[in-house]
Write a protein that binds this ligand. Structure first.
Ligand SMILES: C[S@@+](CC[C@H](N)C(=O)[O-])C[C@H]1O[C@@H](n2cnc3c(N)ncnc32)[C@H](O)[C@@H]1O
Length: 307
């Protein structure tokens, strides 16, 4: 799965031949460290995504492991009916949209041919939507077509999820959407901004269609996001939503099968798996410049059950 990402990066950065490819990958070590450094906090994340090099690093380091998180919470039973009913999807803070790529890989074997015919509408709402176009294009133009063949309309928009949704021009779209996803993005705003998110989610609770799903997934190290997830789970008391997944404990996603597919040009030739302390990921406990073998995350999945 890494080959299509590598090939599109080589093409977009005009990298030709193996020697140039290795030099290109080695050149990504400094931006890779800078990107990784932005996440080393239990507070508000401050990673810079603007440069194409930073986005190339995100594609190599985070994209594929994070594409596995959304499918890992859409267990049988949770997503009953979703595969055939979904026509409109909304992703908040998707960046290059690994969760969307993962969703299409999940959807492809589950959707019947009849349901597959109408065009899917995908809304990608990110505060840095324009900045992310380089990596998002790799996802939508080169990766998704390898797993999903029927037409999709993508609507990337600059959108701050902390602003008042009830006043946005998208209100009609919210009311026609079957899947709302926040993945790994609520850690990028402060706890006080989460109050605005709560107000928006209360509004969403009323307008989202019957049977639609709200999915929130975030890494395990951000206390304010965990508080927000508990609050979301507590909304069952108001009767509009049922909680399908809402565990306080950390989910552990096994990334080993994926890590085992990382090509040698990354691991051996370019040495991209060496972390700042010189540790290799394939050494027990090594962190490396790629993700750990186990990705710890929290998740809630809520379904609208009453209008
Ligand atoms: C770590 S990236 C996560 C990307 C993707 N969801 C994933 O799982 O890999 C966080 C994303 O949240 C976006 N973001 C941060 N604050 C935001 C806000 N207030 N409104 C919308 N998007 C935001 C960033 O631009 C970035 O694309």
């Amino acid at each position: 799965m890494y080959e299509p990402i590598l090939n599109s990066l080589y093409a977009r950065f005009s990298v030709k031949g193996r020697a140039q490819q290795i030099r290109f990958l080695q050149g990504l070590i400094p931006p890779m460290k800078a990107l990784h450094g932005g996440y080393q906090t239990s507070n508000v994340v401050s990673a810079a995504y603007g440069s194409e090099e930073a986005q190339a690093c995100y594609m190599l380091r985070y994209f594929l492991p994070y594409s596995e998180l959304l499918p890992s919470v859409l267990k049988p039973g949770i997503a009953t009916g979703l595969a055939d009913s979904v026509q409109q999807l909304m992703f908040f803070g998707p960046g290059p949209a690994p969760e969307l790529y993962g969703f299409f890989r999940w959807l492809a074997p589950r959707r019947t041919r009849i349901a597959a015919r109408p065009r899917l509408n995908v809304h990608l709402l990110d505060i840095a939507s324009n900045d992310w176009s380089f990596a998002r294009d790799i996802c939508t133009e080169e990766l998704i077509p390898t797993v999903w063949s029927t037409p999709v309309s993508y609507h990337p928009r600059t959108f701050d999820y902390t602003t008042k949704w009830a006043e946005s021009r998208l209100t009609g779209i919210f009311a026609r959407t079957q899947l709302f996803v926040f993945q790994n993005c609520l850690n990028e705003v402060s706890a006080s901004a989460h109050e605005h998110v709560k107000a928006n989610l209360k509004w969403l609770e009323e307008v989202m269609p019957l049977g639609s799903l709200l999915v929130i997934i975030d890494r395990d190290k951000y206390p304010s996001v965990i508080e927000l997830l508990k609050w979301v789970k507590g909304r069952v008391a108001y009767g509009y939503l049922e909680c399908l997944v809402g565990r306080e404990e950390v989910f552990r996603h096994n990334a080993v099968p994926l890590i085992n597919t990382i090509p040698a040009i990354i691991t051996t030739d370019a040495g991209l798996l060496i972390d700042s302390a010189g540790g290799y990921i394939n050494r027990p406990g090594g962190s490396g410049l790629f993700l750990q073998r186990e990705i710890g995350y929290h998740a809630v999945v809520m379904r609208k059950v009453r209008t």
